[in-house]
Ligand binder design. Sequence first.
Ligand SMILES: Nc1ncnc2c1ncn2[C@@H]1O[C@H](COP(=O)(O)OP(=O)(O)OP(=O)(O)O)[C@@H](O)[C@H]1O
Ligand SMILES: [Mg+2]
Length: 461
Amino acid sequence: MSHILIVDDEVAIRRALEKFLTELGYKVVTAGDGEEGLKLLEKYPIDLALVDLVMPKLDGIRFIRKMKISAPEVIPIVLTGFGTITSAVEAMKAGAYHYLTKPFELDDIAALIQTALDHKNLKKENRLLKKHLHEKYRFDNIVGKSDEMQAVFDLIEKVADTDSTVLIMGDSGTGKELIAKALHFNSARRDKPLVTVNCAAIPEELLESELFGHMKGSFTGAVASTQGRFLSANGGTIFLDEIGDMSPKLQVKLLRVLQERRFEPVGSSQSVEVDVRILAATNQRLEEAVKQGKFREDLYYRLNVIPIHIPSLKNRDGDLPLLLSHFINRFSRQNKKEIMDVTDKAKKLMANYSWPGNVRELENTIERIIILKDKGTIDVADLPEKIRGNAHLAKTQGDFELPEAGISFKNAITNFEKTLILKALEKTGWNKNKAASLLKINRTTLVEKIKKRGLEKTAEK
Ligand SMILES: Nc1ncnc2c1ncn2[C@@H]1O[C@H](COP(=O)(O)OP(=O)(O)OP(=O)(O)O)[C@@H](O)[C@H]1O
Ligand SMILES: [Mg+2]
């Protein structure tokens, strides 16, 4: 329902307009002069104002000028008994949408108001639509305030709107695919396809034709020609996930695409040209794979034009609480439950947990808790055993309690050892010498333990 403000010193006109417009279904408020009008603007969500030009205290032109500053969204329409060109022109210059000279037909006023409001709504809708699109594709669905993630955001911002190849590296569940999407949707290619291919999920023999297409009859079962993912992505972006799992043969073919943007479909001798931006991701240490001869060095350099390293969740200072409430909000809304709080104890346990599955593990954990719990506050008992288990390890002394069901002595010691080593490494900025002396053990012992406990990935920074 639209709100209309009438500002006119003539009582009869105010009354007549008020009655007429109210009957048409508008909410109407009236003022006898400009000053009173300004006060009403603060009180009501006014959409449109009918303004007389000659009034005591604050005249119509000055009123419109002030309104343009304090309430610029309101549409001013001028009513004047002194319909001289000069005052009308002045009113339009001050920002009036239109003017009518007295005496006027009520129907003319109604039509003008309707047009003006439609116009305004359209503009508002457009604005909302644009804002919505923008929000959807901005990266504020990627949560993170840690310095590490802020650096990643800066990098995304810099390289998104280029055609550069980007290699996204990070442990499993750190958000590689999310970042690939952010890159695509913040590029000029955003309205074109983003095609994702998981190189590890497709059997080696099929991956080639999946990527590059094949001609009919080129291999058993190839009953029709298919165009392949590279062509489907033409004009847009292709995201090659788990690139570290690509076979040597395909690595060669991919290298050529990277160099020349052309390839031959399986069974064809004619090459096809494509315009695609290539994004790749891996949770493997590609540099290691290169050293071991499993991944082509030339391909590695071609892919690694812009490397983005996503840190594991454990190494992002301050992100856990943020992600926690992000996921609680999301899954509560999805499951139509009231938004739950988390007890300090539960928060502490989660903070001490190592999250080997990173953000995905946190996301799944919260989803499960929200689904299982009806209301109340998320507490220690709601947490999965592996996180609760840490309760016994988080402290070296004090209120440690042996659970009724008992615990595995061996696992507890191993986990505690891991926690201690990680803590020491974190405290010393991953300096193994300093970490070893902090734990009062030899560097060699520490390095051995890091290796034995599979902590290299996190340790090597
Ligand atoms: N910073 C973040 N903010 C919000 N959600 C995130 C963030 N990082 C990851 N997620 C969510 O966690 C899940 C895992 O992310 P994603 O699939 O992008 O990770 P990945 O690195 O590709 O994992 P994998 O190596 O297992 O393929 C997704 O549901 C994603 O939406
Ligand atoms: Mg992924």
